[in-house]
Design a protein around this ligand. Sequence first.
Ligand code: PAF
Length: 275
Amino acid sequence: MYIHRSIASLRAALSTTGRIAFAPTMGNLHEGHLSLMRSARAHGDIVVSSIFVNRLQFGPNEDFDRYPRSFDSDCALLEAVGVDHLFAPNESELYPQPQRYNVAPAVEHDAILEGAYRPGHFRGVATVVAKLFNIVQPDTALLGKKDYQQLMIIRNMVRELNMPVDVVGCPTVRSEDGLALSSRNQYLNASQRREAPRLYRLLAGIAASIRSGGCILSELEQSGLDTLKEHGWMPDYVAIRRQEDLGEPAPGDPLIVLAAARLGSTRLIDNIEIE
Ligand code: PAF
C-alpha cells in the first residue's frame, strides 16, 4: 500500500487508468471500515482510502482533540485488506488557509436530526468530502449506513453538484450483541458497554412494531425516548422518517428509525431501515 501525504503524490499515482473506488475515513479503523474497503475492492480496480480527522466537522465542544488516532495500526489493517493507496494528509495540506469556500447542504437535510444537535457538522462533512472527491476523483465512493444522514447528504451533494461519483451505502457492522461498531464505543466504560446494545434493541423493537402494522409512529417515538431515559440515557431523538430524505413520512414511504442518545458523556447513534 502506498501512503501519500501530499495531493501531488496521490494524483501522480492515480493518473493510470482503472476504476477508482474510494472509502474516506477519519481513522481508528474497525471492522465497519474494513467492510467498506472490501466493498471498494468489488467496485474498483484501484482501491483508495483516506485518513483525515476533519476539524471542520467538529463543534467547539466536541471531541476533535481526543478523537482516537491510531495511524500505524490503521495502516496495517488497510494493507491487510488490500487497499492500494492511502491518502493521509496533514491539516496544512488540506487546509493551507482557513477554508472560506464551503459546501452548505440543503437546510431541510441539514437542520434535522444530527444537524439539529451538531450545527455546522454536515457543512464540515460535505466540504471535506467534496475536497476529497476532487482530489481522488473516484468512480465510486463507499460510505457506511450507520451515518445515514451523512450518506443522504453526500448522495444529494453529488447529484446536485454533478459530481461524477457513484455513492454506495454499505450495511452497518455490529458486535454480536447488536451494538453498531463506532470509533466512539471505546469511550464507554464496562457498565456502559453492557448497556449500549439497548439502543439497537430499541430500534429493532420499533422496526418490528412498524412491520406488524397498526401503530402510531409518534407513540413509538415517545415510548422509545421514555425507555432510554428509564435506563439512564439522555436521548436527543428517536425518530421514524422516510428513507429517501429523512423527512416526515407519508403513507407508503419506505421508513427508517433513527436514534441518538448519550450514555454518560458518549453520544451514540444508530438506525434501522424498514423494508
Ligand atoms: O464518516 C466519516 O468518517 C467522516 O465523516 C468522513 C466521511 C470521512 C468525512 O470526514
